[in-house]
Design a protein around this ligand. Structure first.
Ligand SMILES: Nc1ncnc2c1ncn2[C@@H]1O[C@H](COP(=O)(O)OP(=O)(O)OP(=O)(O)O)[C@@H](O)[C@H]1O
Ligand SMILES: Cc1ncsc1CCO
Length: 629
């Protein structure tokens, strides 16, 4: 086989099903698709006779050779060899990778289907050139839900691959089409590795015009989705809440000036309350659960709240229509997964919504956020927040975990609220206990932050923080009023105070913000505070392992200590073997016998650790002289 450089960006997988081809010739369809920009073709036919497979593969190869792109044959090494194809693609149950390599040689492109971190790591170690990660979404042809891993699953696999020495390319497969391709690329991205391409079947093979479909898909893979507005200020996210809080008055002021539309697809309980809260803060509410008018509303530059409080089957379909319309226009969408942990119907609805579109923000109480994270054995008793057995750090970590998984902002409510965009995580300690004694406080907080998101799209965490402070400090003001005797009298007073604060801010009086109680959560340092006694030389003991679960990482870990050739060496090797990236700080390790140090460092370098100095490491972490730290 001749060696070929590979562009994986638009990977076409063929399907000879008559329902997709509708009388057209597969080779002609592929030719049209390649003309439109397909960069690699996999011939996949599970049923054909060998002679027929060879005939079609030969014809397909003539097409791909003309465009100088590779032809990969699914599963059938004999067919690949017979036509001189550039490679093969193997499923988990197909022939062993090592045997395929032996038969096809070093130049062959060998790909493997994977649906988990373990499978991907095995494929990479086994010498695969690329992995096909999936199934992304359940489709009518693929309903085996066990292997449906969504963008979150793809991201996990990419994260694990990024920590490996073996260089392996990655494409994602399963239900990718024009409406979701940009989101798939955006949400799948792990910290250090993005997809090299997307694999498409029916979106091209079944398209009436495969050239046009391929061209459009290719165009979309090259531009970020409309909702991915630059999430930065002056080239970098504003770090630290002291800096962030200074921008809050401008957001609140802008609410009254811009009067953003806030489209609520919300539950039957809070319609009126949410509309009044929205008006009080200067936004313009519309309560509409009719999917048919969502496309028109999405053009009006507002935001959308999808609140599943009283979800119905028809309602769910309407949410999806609206979600897609807002995603297309880049209008911010917030998901309020009310009661997500209470019933199977609601858990399914959340999963469906997450697979159908992008949410700029997810807001829920602790049980709801846990349920969205897929925590098993969770039974929520209703829609309201219950107590929590977790520490603040654990709760902040939940918000951060979901935000980094979805690449959005998460607001987790309760007596203390936690906000995270996956990088910055804050706890807000404002509010009033009466908010926990009235219905719809979480729902109307959702409407408030959605209104802020409509006018502050660049830094979504700032929008969330602005909404939370406005809402909760207004509640504190209301709670202090003499005319407020309990939850009943609290509600109208609360609406009044939202109105007053918004008016004061418009007039330049920001004194109310002095009441804000915010803590920045330094979660990344958490692993360092565990003190574990050990007799093992390696520090990779259960007390430490629990902080570095591969599914939450992989982590970048700096190792320092004594002795370099014993504990440091064994710890580093264990961390590497468990998929993490390790920095060994040469000026932070020592041995009683100094001659040991260079030998140990040399070995660790060869094992795959980055051996560097503390100064180099710290400056690399910060990356920019503009950072205060
Ligand atoms: N005890 C409390 N003290 C201060 N603030 C509170 C308290 N309980 C709730 N809140 C505030 O109320 C708002 C809603 O949070 P909560 O977790 O009660 O929502 P929820 O249970 O989803 O509400 P609902 O389902 O009724 O809409 C948040 O801003 C939160 O900070
Ligand atoms: C009480 C209630 N039931 C469904 S939605 C809702 C409003 C608070 O979430």
């Amino acid at each position: 086989m001749r060696k070929m450089s590979v562009d994986y960006s638009l990977y076409l997988v063929t399907d000879s099903a008559e329902t997709l081809l509708r009388g057209r010739d597969l080779v002609e369809v592929v030719k049209a698709a390649v003309k439109g920009g397909v960069t690699i073709v996999q011939f996949r036919d599970k049923t054909g006779e060998t002679g027929e497979l060879v005939r079609v593969a030969k014809a397909l190869h003539a097409v791909t050779k003309q465009y100088n792109i590779p032809l990969i044959v699914n599963d059938r090494i004999d067919v690949a060899l017979a036509v001189g194809a550039e490679g093969v693609h193997l499923g988990q149950d197909d022939i062993d990778l090592q045997i395929a390599r032996k038969l096809l040689g070093d130049n062959a492109i060998i790909g493997v289907s994977v649906s988990s971190v373990d499978e991907a790591v095995r494929a990479a170690k086994g010498g695969a050139n690329y992995v096909g990660i999936g199934t992304l979404f359940a489709t009518s042809t693929k309903v085996d839900t066990k292997s449906v891993i969504g963008t979150a699953g793809v991201k996990k696999v990419l994260g694990a691959l990024s920590a490996m020495d073996e260089k392996v390319s990655a494409v994602a497969i399963g239900g990718v089409n024009l409406s979701n391709v940009q989101r798939v690329i955006y949400q799948s991205k792990a910290s250090f590795k993005a997809l090299d391409g997307i694999a498409v079947v029916s979106a091209i093979i079944a398209a009436p015009d495969p050239t046009k479909a391929a061209k459009e898909l290719k165009g979309l893979t090259r531009q970020p989705p409309a909702f991915a507005v630059a999430n930065v200020q002056n080239g970098r996210k504003v770090k630290g809440y002291q800096a962030l809080i200074q921008s809050v008055p401008a957001v609140v002021k802008m609410l009254g000036q811009a009067r953003p539309l806030c489209h609520n697809m919300t539950n039957l309980v809070v319609q009126n309350f949410a509309a009044n809260v929205s008006l009080a803060i200067g936004a313009s509410p519309i309560m509409s659960s009719n999917g048919g008018e969502a496309a028109d509303l999405a053009r009006l530059k507002g935001s959308l709240v999808i609140n599943m409080g009283t979800v119905t089957p028809d309602g769910l379909e309407a949410y999806i229509v609206a979600l897609r319309a807002y995603n297309m226009h880049g209008g911010p969408v917030i998901l309020d997964p009310v009661g997500a942990g209470a019933t199977r119907t609601r858990r399914d609805a959340v999963n469906r919504l997450l697979s159908e579109g992008y949410f700029d923000m997810i807001k829920g109480n602790e049980q709801e956020i846990k349920s969205v994270l897929g925590e098993e054995n969770l039974q929520q008793n209703g829609v309201d927040s219950g107590g929590s057995a977790l520490t603040d750090n654990d709760r902040a970590r939940l918000a951060k975990k979901l935000a980094s998984r979805e690449r959005n902002v998460v607001l987790m409510t309760g007596p203390t609220d936690f906000l995270s965009d996956g990088e910055r995580t804050f706890a807000v300690n404002n509010g009033h206990e009466y908010l926990g004694k009235i219905t719809g406080s979480g729902c109307t907080l959702g409407t408030t932050v959605a209104s802020c998101l409509a006018i502050q799209r660049e830094d979504k965490l700032l929008a969330a923080l602005s909404g939370v402070l406005l809402f909760e400090i207004a509640a504190e003001h209301a709670g202090l009023r003499e005319d407020v005797k309990g939850p009943g009298t609290f509600v109208p007073a609360f609406i009044d105070e939202l109105y007053h604060i918004t008016k004061q801010t418009a007039a330049g009086n920001n004194g109310w913000l002095a009441a804000s109680k915010i803590n920045e959560m330094e979660l990344s340092l958490e692993g360092a505070v565990e003190c574990a006694d050990k007799s093992a030389f390696s520090m990779w003991v259960p007390e430490i392992q629990k902080h570095f679960k591969l599914e939450d990482g992989p982590y970048e870990i700096a190792v320092v200590g004594i002795e370099s050739h014993i504990c440091v060496t064994q710890t580093t090797i264990d961390l590497l073997a468990n998929g993490h990236k390790v920095y060994v700080l040469a000026d932070g390790v020592s041995s009683c016998n100094p001659q040991e140090v260079p030998i140990a460092l040399d070995r660790l370098r060869k094992e795959g650790a980055v051996v560097t100095t503390s100064e180099s490491f710290l400056f690399e972490c910060m990356g920019d002289a503009g950072i205060g730290e």
